[in-house]
Design a protein around this ligand. Structure first.
Ligand code: PLP
Length: 392
């Protein structure tokens, strides 16, 4: 019950025990086609280029940034937590001139501030996290795409922590590239990064393709068209592999593809609206339960992620001892956080297969017992009762 990875759905684990297929076997390429179709609604898009990057969520982030940004480009990072800092770090490695627009941890960035920062810095790319698990905040993204398009900038969103749990609306947001991972709300293992790419971004990426004799002169003169500085993460090559051309690139990670496919089938089978409502109920229950126990919930209520909740560790309580007892006595793992929040908060996740009423109630009941054992008694039964009521 931490911020991910979390328990995988049993159906996903079963799907991943199926045998290998050759990578050009029609059955395999048929599954690739299915994965493209299954992930479009999951991303809220009709983008043709919707597929998987092999690797953990970070592979999706890196593929997006190395393919969208040319060395020397200005990239604006909308930053409100640890994963905003990761975008900066990767952007710098790719050679971008990174400009940061940062909110204090526990808050998000107003759209007007993004507009102002864009006017000031003139970015080629605006990069943003949707839900930053490190702070448990979700950045509102409606209107971001229009802002970027009007300014001639591309846009990128890391939706790893929210995909399958909160609405991802790539088309309505109007953003160009969105990436995710399986190990949070999609209820799979880490190791596959779903990605969606707008036609506009795909054109930009294909245009950077180097010519037979190296970098095209015309492109160089324009300062663009510098070839993508990675082979594995060159999205133009990955798209060629996922197109009907089937140009061999890497060997698609067969088992992860089975897992990713099953994750999306389960999500769509449940219905996305029902799934978001289930995560919202779980988040409400954790917040209500924690407050009824007299604990303080971290961050701005208006922008809270539904699937992970930060709880301030009360003064005098040893946060690590609580986590240890939760794990050793109850087999429940909860998280702490990073950087300024390290050792200051616990993070309780209710993601994917774990966003279930009984799991939330058992976790709160266990937390009450553990806090009592650590000398911090809370009103008996209050957390579980409040959570039950809040679930609705
Ligand atoms: C968990 C998380 C990641 C994790 O990336 P991995 O490479 O799968 O470890 C990336 N971004 C966000 C916002 C996350 O919450």
């Amino acid at each position: 019950m931490g911020p991910g990875p979390v328990n995988a759905h049993p159906r996903v684990l079963r799907a991943m025990s199926a045998d290998m297929l050759g990578q050009f076997d029609p059955e395999m390429t048929g599954y690739m086609e299915q994965v493209m179709a299954l992930y479009r609604p999951v991303f809220g898009t009709e983008n043709r280029w919707t597929m998987l990057i092999d690797g953990t969520a970070r592979a999706g982030i890196e593929a997006a940034l190395v393919s969208l940004v040319s060395p020397g480009d200005t990239m604006l990072v909308v930053d409100f937590g640890r994963f905003g800092l990761l975008l900066k770090e990767i952007g710098e490695r790719v050679g971008a001139r990174v400009e940061m627009l940062s909110a204090p941890w526990g808050e998000t960035v107003p759209m007007e501030a993004i507009a102002q920062a864009m006017a000031r810095t003139g970015p080629k790319l605006v990069a943003c996290v949707h839900g930053d698990t490190s702070t448990t905040m979700a950045q509102p993204l409606d209107g971001l795409g229009a802002l970027c398009r009007d300014a001639g900038a591309l846009s990128y969103v890391d939706a790893t922590a929210t995909i399958g749990g909160m609405e991802i609306a790539a088309d309505r947001w109007g953003v160009d590239v969105v990436t995710g991972g399986l190990q949070k709300c999609l209820g799979g293992p880490s190791g596959s990064a779903p990605i969606t790419i707008s036609d506009r971004a795909a054109e930009h990426i294909f245009a950077r393709r180097h010519t037979e004799h190296g970098i095209a002169r015309a492109d160089l003169a324009q300062g663009s068209g510098i070839r993508i500085g990675s082979n594995y993460f060159d999205l133009a090559m990955v798209m060629d592999y996922w197109s009907e051309k089937r140009l061999n690139h890497h060997t698609e990670a067969t088992t992860m593809l089975y897992g990713a496919r099953e994750c999306a089938r389960i999500a769509l089978g449940e219905g996305l609206e029902a799934r978001f409502a289930r995560h919202a109920a779980a988040g409400r229950a954790v917040v209500a339960g924690a407050r009824a126990m007299g604990l303080t919930v971290f961050g701005d209520d208006r922008y809270r992620m539904t699937n992970v909740t930060g709880i301030l560790i009360p003064a005098g309580v040893d946060g690590e001892a609580v986590r240890r007892r939760m794990r050793e006595d109850f087999e429940i793992e909860i998280g702490t956080s990073f950087g300024p929040l390290q050792g200051k908060v616990w993070r309780i996740g209710a993601m994917g297969y774990n966003a279930m009423k009984h799991k939330v109630l058992i976790t709160l009941g266990a937390l009450e017992a553990v806090l009592r054992a650590e000398g911090h008694a809370t009103p008996p039964g209050a957390g579980v009762d409040a959570a039950l009521e809040a679930w609705g």
